[in-house]
Design a protein around this ligand. Structure first.
Ligand code: F6R
Length: 592
């Protein structure tokens, strides 16, 4: 994880570096730092904490250097402290590096360096890179980097500057994302596109195994053998406004409220273009959905839809679990990788391993040009725009929209199903209009220490997602469970101190889940329901009900998810927590 940025041009580099880092903070926020070339010397400024701490420490200092690199860290090797913060420099202070990813053989390199009498200052794997570059330097930074990467094992992206080569940044992509931004008389690099958007929308996403040589007046891309490669410049359609908070207190809240629009964009896009895939899902023996976290929950919902509408067996697996398992898979199978970022290492590498075994790889991603997008046989995009809040919200419902449209477009869909789907954005709007009620309820429950979230059938993944939202932003323990399984163990947890959130729209398992609610009540548990409006039966059983409009059973996850997002948000905000950047997390997880 971590975010890296770089600038070379004729303007002071500090401003674009800090602005870029603020937009990458979702990738990690343990510490931050910049390195600039000032009057022929490398100057490094770093600070533990968020970018604002770094900005505070720079207050009143003047930096005029026109080339620099910056970093926001999510610690993998070495504790969170200033010493381990990036950029790291070599012993003479002539080279500085920022790095994202893991150098797996850094211990061996460190030993070799120490034998050469080189002092290793930090506890990071990163420092190995900068000493190697310094050792390999013979007057050409690019050549020194090309020689260095021959020694490195792992998955990484890094950028190096040197005071011996003013105006030049050399950066590498190998397993962690890196994008070049093309300006006029200035050029940029960053881990992700939003960091570039204030300055340019012309970008070159690098592939694994590529090295970029960046100067103010040009960008050259090479492979690891030093051969020049021709790359196409891509124009990014997102505008900068979508990466701002737009009056909302947090990005997460803004993104929750964006869902009527993002769902509308995704649904209309797919219905009008009719999901032009050159194959039918029915042509495959089975479908394996791989994903992590929230995207995995979307996959679980997708399974029910695809099996119902297409009759093809679907398995859903945590990408990190199937990556090293002996999964029998081959040409007759379709792998669907679901990922907001398209950069999640577990998802990418497990999907790629299956592609290598002959499976067809179809991805559902939000970030166009991301690694998974480029590595897949086919991609379907969620048109949700950039998601900045670390907790996924609008991209989850957009993933649902793509999966449902996929199931409908290739199944025996009735035009009525399509029409119903088109109503969803308006209905989500209705759910959102009850946000004040949900806020009051959230405040009432904010001080409980444990929650259970239950659901059955399509509402089971929704319960999992609701629990994940609560735990990741409020740090309250929340366990998602299939309601019918509760009696096989978790029912022991029920008492008056453990509220149970039950997702209970009137669908095929409605009567069953009402019985599950009774089981909770019989053990003095408090129940918060999520169900259809005017459902008197549900109301009579629950302490409170978060209501959604009545819809066809298939469509319930689009609606029941939203109150759970708001419930988690308002609890975390009430507790005064950092909703957009919860502790220990990062939005894009590029380590295994
Ligand atoms: C939870 C969350 C994570 C991600 C997971 C996969 O709110 O955001 O659980 O869903 O890290 O990320 P992507 O979808 O980018 O592959």
């Amino acid at each position: 994880m971590c975010g890296i940025v770089g600038y070379t041009g004729s303007n002071p580099a500090l401003f674009p570096l800090l602005q870029g880092l603020e937009r990458l903070e979702y990738r990690g926020y343990d510490s931050a730092g910049v390195a600039l070339i000032e009057d022929g010397k490398i100057v490094v400024e770093k600070k533990v904490g968020k970018i604002r701490e770094l900005i505070r420490s720079l207050w009143g200092k003047e930096f005029r250097g026109t080339v620099g690199i910056g970093h926001t860290r999510w610690a993998t090797h070495g504790e969170v402290c200033e010493l381990n913060a990036h950029p790291h420099t070599d012993s003479k202070g002539e080279f500085a590096v920022v790095h994202n990813g893991i150098i797996e053989n850094y211990r061996e390199i460190k030993e070799e360096l120490q034998k050469l009498g080189i002092e290793y200052k930090s506890n990071t794997d990163t420092e190995a890179i900068v000493h190697l570059v310094a050792l390999n330097y013979e007057g050409d930074l690019l050549k020194a980097v090309l020689k260095t990467i021959k020694k490195l094992k792992g998955a990484y992206a890094f950028a190096v500057i040197s005071n011996r080569e003013r105006g030049r940044i050399v950066a590498v992509r190998y397993g962690s994302p890196l994008v070049v931004g093309i300006g006029k008389g200035e050029n940029f690099i960053a881990s992700d596109i939003p960091a570039l958007l204030p300055f340019t929308r012309d970008v070159i996403p690098l592939e694994d195994g590529e090295v970029v040589d960046l100067r103010p007046d040009g960008v050259l891309v090479y492979n690891f053998d030093g051969q020049l490669i021709t790359k196409e410049v891509m124009h990014v359609p997102w505008d900068i406004i979508s990466a701002e908070k737009g009056g909302f207190k947090h990005f997460m809240l803004k993104e929750i409220f964006e869902q009527p629009r993002t769902l509308g964009d995704t649904i209309r896009g797919y219905i009008s273009r009719d999901l032009k895939l050159p194959f039918s899902l029915k042509d495959f023996r089975r479908i394996l959905i791989v994903a992590c976290g929230t995207s995995y929950h979307a996959g679980l919902v997708g399974k029910y839809w695809i099996e119902k509408h297409l009759g093809v067996p679907v398995e859903v697996a945590y990408a990190s679990e199937v990556r090293y398992a002996h999964i029998p898979i081959g040409e007759k199978d379709l792998v669907i990788a679901v990922s907001q970022s398209g950069e999640t290492a577990d998802t990418r590498f497990s999907a790629l391993a299956m592609k290598e075994k002959g499976a067809t790889l179809l991805s559902i991603v939000n970030v166009m040009g991301s690694a998974l997008d480029r590595e897949s046989d086919y991609t379907l995009y969620t048109h949700a725009g950039p998601e900045i809040g670390v907790a996924a919200t609008k991209t989850f419902t957009a993933q649902l929209a793509v999966l449902y449209a996929l199931a409908l477009s290739q199944g025996e869909n009735s035009s009525r199903d399509m029409e119903n789907l088109l109503e969803i954005p308006r209905m989500v709007e209705e759910v959102l209009s009850a946000h004040e009620k949900i806020k009051d309820l959230a405040i009432k429950y904010a001080n409980y220490k444990n929650f259970l979230y239950l659901g059955r059938y399509l509402s089971y993944p929704v319960a999992l997602e609701g629990a994940l939202k609560l735990k990741e932003i409020s740090y309250i323990h929340a366990e998602g469970y299939p309601a019918g399984e509760m009696k096989h163990g978790p029912i022991a947890l029920i008492d008056e101190k453990t509220p149970t959130v039950v997702v209970a729209p009137a669908d095929r398992v409605y009567e069953k889940i009402l019985s599950n609610i009774e089981e909770v009540l019989a053990r003095k548990g408090k129940v918060i329901g999520v169900g259809f409006e005017k459902d008197e039966k549900l109301r009579s059983l629950c302490d409170a009900v978060m209501e959604v409009p009545q819809v066809e059973e298939d469509l319930t996850p689009f609606l029941t998810t939203v109150p759970l997002q708001l419930f988690a948000y308002y609890i975390a905000d009430y507790l005064g927590l950092d909703v957009d950047q919860p502790r220990n997390l990062a939005k894009t997880v590029t380590v295994e």
